[in-house]
Design a protein around this ligand. Structure first.
Ligand code: PLP
Length: 375
C-alpha cells in the first residue's frame, strides 16, 4: 500500500488501528445517504462518524477513537470560546474507478497542522495520528465516498483549546477531531470565472501575526471585507499586505496566480502572512514540469493593473483544496474594474486544473507520489 508514512516506520494501517471504532446506533438510512451523495451541498451534511483524539499536558495525546457524529460537550469557560485558540485543515478523499479510495498529500496537511498549532500555542499532533484519524474515519464511513464524477469526501481536521479556564495562557487540554462532508463538483454546469474585489481598508493578517497559520481567527477577520466585496458586486475578496497596502497577498481562503503572455507564471512569495497552500505548491510543481518559468515574488497591485491593461497578464486564477482551481474573470477595487481574458477561463488555468484533478482522481499517473491509499 502506498503510504505517506513510509519513512516514519508506521504504516497507514498501523496508525488507523490505534483508533477504537464504536459504530453509530443511528446511521443515515441508505436512501437518504444516496440522496445526499447525489446532490451534495458543501459543508451541510456530515457522515455518520467522527474521529477524535484528546490531549492533556499531563498525559499527551490519547483516547484515539471513531464515534458517532454528534454535538460536542463544551464547558462555557472553554478557552477556545473566549480567546480563539483553534486551528484546522482541509483535504479530500477521492474514489478511483477501481473502487479504491485515496487522499492527496496528507503529510503536507499534517505538517502544516503542526505549524499552525505551534503558532497558536496548541500541542502538535503527530503525523501518524493525523493520517491515522483520517484513515480510520474514511474506512468507517466508506460508503460516503461517492464514485460520481468530480465528487469527493471533504475532510475537516481541527483542534481546539478545551480547558475550562479564563486565564490568558496556552491551554492545558485540547481536542482534535476529524469530520467529513460529501462534496460534488465545485462548479456544477461548468467552470465559471469569479469576480474579485481588492480590499484596501481591511487586511486578513499582518507581519508577525497568524496569516501563515490555518486558524479560525483569520477567517473571522475576512468575513466583513468579504461582505463588502459582495456589496461591491464581487464574489470574493483579495487582500493586500498590511504593512504597505500595495502588494497582493491572497484571497480569504485561496492563493492567487498570474499567467503572463510569455508563459511566465507568478504568485506572491510566502511573506509570512500568506497561507502556504498544498494546491499552490502542487501547481508550482506541475507548471515547472511543463517548462513554465515560475516566479515567487512580491507582486504589487499596480503591476497587476498595468499588466491587465496592456495585455501582458493574460490569466489570473485562485487555488485551494475546496475549489481546486478557480479562474478569475474580473478584478475590481476602489477606482478600477478590469476584465481578465474577456471574462472567460484561461487555457493554462483550465489545463492545470484538469491535470491536478486527473491525478487526484487516478485518471493520470501520480508521478510525484502525491497520493496515499486509505481503502
Ligand atoms: C486553506 C487555505 C488556502 C489553500 O490551501 P490548500 O492547502 O491549497 O487548500 C489558501 N489560503 C488560506 C488563507 C487558507 O486558509
Amino acid at each position: 500500500m502506498s503510504s505517506a508514512l513510509e519513512n516514519l516506520s508506521q504504516t497507514v494501517d498501523d496508525a488507523a488501528a490505534l483508533f477504537e471504532v464504536t459504530l453509530s446506533d443511528a446511521p443515515l438510512p441508505e436512501t437518504d445517504r444516496e440522496a445526499a451523495l447525489a446532490a451534495p451541498k458543501f459543508g451541510t451534511v456530515f457522515t455518520d462518524h467522527m474521529a477524535r483524539v484528546t490531549w492533556t499536558s499531563a498525559t499527551g495525546w490519547g483516547n484515539r477513537r471513531v464515534v458517532k457524529y454528534g454535538p460536542l460537550l463544551l464547558d462555557p469557560a472553554s478557552a477556545v470560546l473566549h480567546y480563539g485558540q483553534e486551528v484546522f485543515e482541509g483535504l479530500k478523499a477521492y474514489r478511483h474507478a477501481d473502487g479504491s479510495i485515496w487522499t492527496f498529500r496528507p503529510e503536507a496537511n499534517a505538517v502544516r497542522f503542526q505549524k499552525s498549532a505551534r503558532r497558536l500555542a496548541l500541542p502538535e499532533l503527530p503525523t501518524g495520528d493525523f493520517i491515522g484519524a483520517i484513515a480510520a474515519l474514511v474506512r468507517t464511513d466508506v460508503e460516503w465516498v461517492s464514485s460520481g464524477d468530480e465528487a469527493s469526501l471533504y475532510l475537516r481536521p481541527f483542534m481546539y483549546a478545551s480547558e475550562a479556564f479564563l486565564g490568558v495562557r496556552p491551554t492545558l487540554e485540547a481536542e482534535f477531531l476529524v469530520i467529513a462532508s460529501p462534496v460534488g463538483p465545485y462548479f456544477s454546469g461548468g467552470v465559471k470565472p469569479v469576480s474579485i474585489w481588492v480590499a484596501e481598508d481591511y487586511h486578513r493578517a499582518g507581519a508577525g501575526g497568524t496569516g501563515a497559520a490555518k486558524c479560525g481567527g483569520n477567517y473571522a477577520a475576512s468575513l466583513l471585507p468579504q461582505m463588502h466585496a459582495y456589496e461591491m458586486g464581487c464574489e470574493q475578496v483579495c487582500f493586500l499586505d498590511a504593512s504597505t497596502n500595495t502588494a497582493i497577498e491572497e484571497l480569504g481562503g485561496m492563493n492567487v496566480f498570474f499567467v503572463r503572455a510569455d508563459g511566465t507564471v507568478e504568485t506572491p512569495e510566502l511573506s509570512g502572512s500568506i497561507l502556504e497552500g498544498v494546491t499552490r505548491s502542487s501547481i508550482l510543481q506541475l507548471l515547472t514540469d511543463r517548462g513554465h518559468t515560475i516566479v515567487e515574488r512580491r507582486i504589487l497591485l499596480t503591476e497587476v493593473q498595468e499588466g491587465l491593461r496592456n495585455g501582458s497578464i493574460t490569466e489570473v486564477f485562485a487555488c485551494g483544496t475546496a475549489a481546486v482551481v478557480t479562474p478569475i474573470g474580473r478584478l475590481a477595487g476602489e477606482g478600477f474594474d478590469l476584465t481578465i481574458a474577456g471574462g472567460d477561463a484561461g487555457e493554462v488555468t483550465m489545463s492545470v486544473r484538469t491535470e491536478l484533478t486527473d491525478i487526484q482522481n487516478g485518471r493520470t499517473p501520480d508521478r510525484h507520489s502525491w497520493l496515499t491509499q486509505l481503502v
